[in-house]
Design a protein around this ligand. Sequence first.
Ligand SMILES: C[S@@+](CC[C@H](N)C(=O)[O-])C[C@H]1O[C@@H](n2cnc3c(N)ncnc32)[C@H](O)[C@@H]1O
Length: 345
Amino acid sequence: MASRYALLVSPSANRVYAAAAPRLTVAELGVLGETALDDRLGDAIVEEIAGVEYVTFAGDLKEDDLAHLANVSTAFALFERVGDDTFRPVPLRRLDCLDDDLLTILKYQGKTQELFTKLLLNVTVLSSCSAGRMLTGRLRVLDPLCGRGTTLNQALMYGWHASGLDVDERDFDAYAAFLPRWLKDKRIKHTAQTSRLRRDGSTLGRRFDVRFATTKEAWAAGDVIRVSTALVDTRRAAEAFKAASFDVVVTDAPYGVQHGSASGGRLQRRPLDLLTEALPGWVRLLKPGGAVGVAVNVRTCPRAEALAALADAGLEPRDTPAYGGFEHRVDQAIVRDLVVGVNAV
Ligand SMILES: C[S@@+](CC[C@H](N)C(=O)[O-])C[C@H]1O[C@@H](n2cnc3c(N)ncnc32)[C@H](O)[C@@H]1O
């Protein structure tokens, strides 16, 4: 018989995101239910119990299903509901293999909210044919508009390989300074180097490479996690990395507004144009069965047009009702949504 569960959503430092988080969790559970959990998860709802909001659902769940639930972006605590008013705690087996300040130390304008970044990574991986390897594999993640590395750091938290591209030199330098310093502070064995990125005899940009291992034994055995970023225009992504080498491409696209502008934002070049120009290169870097997940500001990049751009690049857009539940307000100039497309196997 199906058990009943109540999931307590992480309190977020960001009040606007905290208000949207239970509803976004319902959508994330919807995608989890129709992918890795193979319909073993009933519909989730937001429910107030004793004055506190929970996301509740029923399901006939196996151990691995509970491990997937532990990695839901907002999962703070999970309870099995026994009878009318008893909550039995369910241990959360998270993938996290590093301290979580990796994601929270850097604070800067334009940073993508950490819980939303985790949600976007989760939903994209679940949509790909690597969903079954999520709990055990070492996936390869590319963020082709990586800024100062929020997606990369979330991938590293999961113990996965991470690569990124950005055209902003300050972002590239900030991440290249931050990661080795953080690893050193945590006494984690690593190597780091920056070099020129050369293609066909000319310089394409700069690159930054890190290798580290979470234990001394893993380091000695050569079981390392690799991070690489490149200072390159994302429209040249296919020249910076090896073709068909990433399980997922996950990114938060430019919002088309000037960050920090209180008066509604000044428009930059159209984000949809960048997406349309860059997607063919990103798809070339994707393995068969891989997925692309992109966060967009629907005010400057409407959902239908973003889905059409994915389809034009040869991907199969995912658009079931669960995928339609991610739109949320960030500020007066930004209403954020996400779109996902899957590469043919
Ligand atoms: C929304 S921000 C991503 C923020 C990132 N997720 C973080 O938390 O640091 C979008 C990024 O796209 C980058 N970008 C914009 N146009 C680009 C291009 N043509 N090539 C590479 N990067 C670009 C910007 O420099 C910016 O860092």
